[in-house]
Design a protein around this ligand. Sequence first.
Ligand SMILES: Nc1ncnc2c1ncn2[C@@H]1O[C@H](COP(=O)(O)OP(=O)(O)OP(=O)(O)O)[C@@H](O)[C@H]1O
Ligand SMILES: [Mg+2]
Length: 226
Amino acid sequence: MKGKFISIEGPEGCGKSTQSEILVKYLKEKGREVILTREPGGTRVGEQIRSLVLDAKYEEMEPLTELLLMAASRAQHVLEKIMPAVAQGKVIVCSRFTDATITYQGYGRGFNRDLLKTMNSIATGGVMPDLTLLIDIDARTGLRRAFGVEKAEAKSGEGDRLESEDIGFHERVRYGYLELAKAEPERIRVIDGSGTIEQVSAAIRREVDALLAREGAGRGGVTQWR
Ligand SMILES: Nc1ncnc2c1ncn2[C@@H]1O[C@H](COP(=O)(O)OP(=O)(O)OP(=O)(O)O)[C@@H](O)[C@H]1O
Ligand SMILES: [Mg+2]
């Protein structure tokens, strides 16, 4: 069986963690070998970077530093974990990948999006997900799910360094994701995240089944241009 690389994206609290676990279970029941992972993180080195980049105590962290740390985590992740797993025919389910750089550092922080695309290419060597599940949810609803009602109303001040950005930031992130999905409708499938956990997971299963049914047809697994 050909390896597959699936990323799960979406605003804070959209259900990435919940749904990736459900998806992993589903894929295992189908007899696939699955690896659940995340960015930033996913490797020993990457998890160290994650704790640094998300720690709310580093208020002084420059946006450029944040961007480069995310890219560093990704480079390690692709080389150490994603490429080998896909080559072994496994399915990789990854919470956040390159699209998050465009939405958070681009739409959120204002970095030039062509620069970010270049940065992503450097970090990934051209490796892209076969399928990206964008769990779309209104930014406020997502924050409310993640933190409870009160904190979604004001600048949260809690949560990690990115979660505690203001609501405008999270609205730009959501908008950015929808724009990316419009630009790449085949790879990025929009899943309505406002339903119940079961409704969302059913929609995800449909997309994943369609991906697995394409097995053998067209490109399978990860391509790399480097
Ligand atoms: N469809 C749903 N309806 C209602 N609540 C949900 C739904 N999906 C997830 N939740 C709940 O919302 C919260 C956030 O979900 P989850 O942690 O899966 O999101 P996430 O996208 O991983 O968030 P983060 O961006 O913070 O990692 C959790 O408490 C989860 O149980
Ligand atoms: Mg999560």
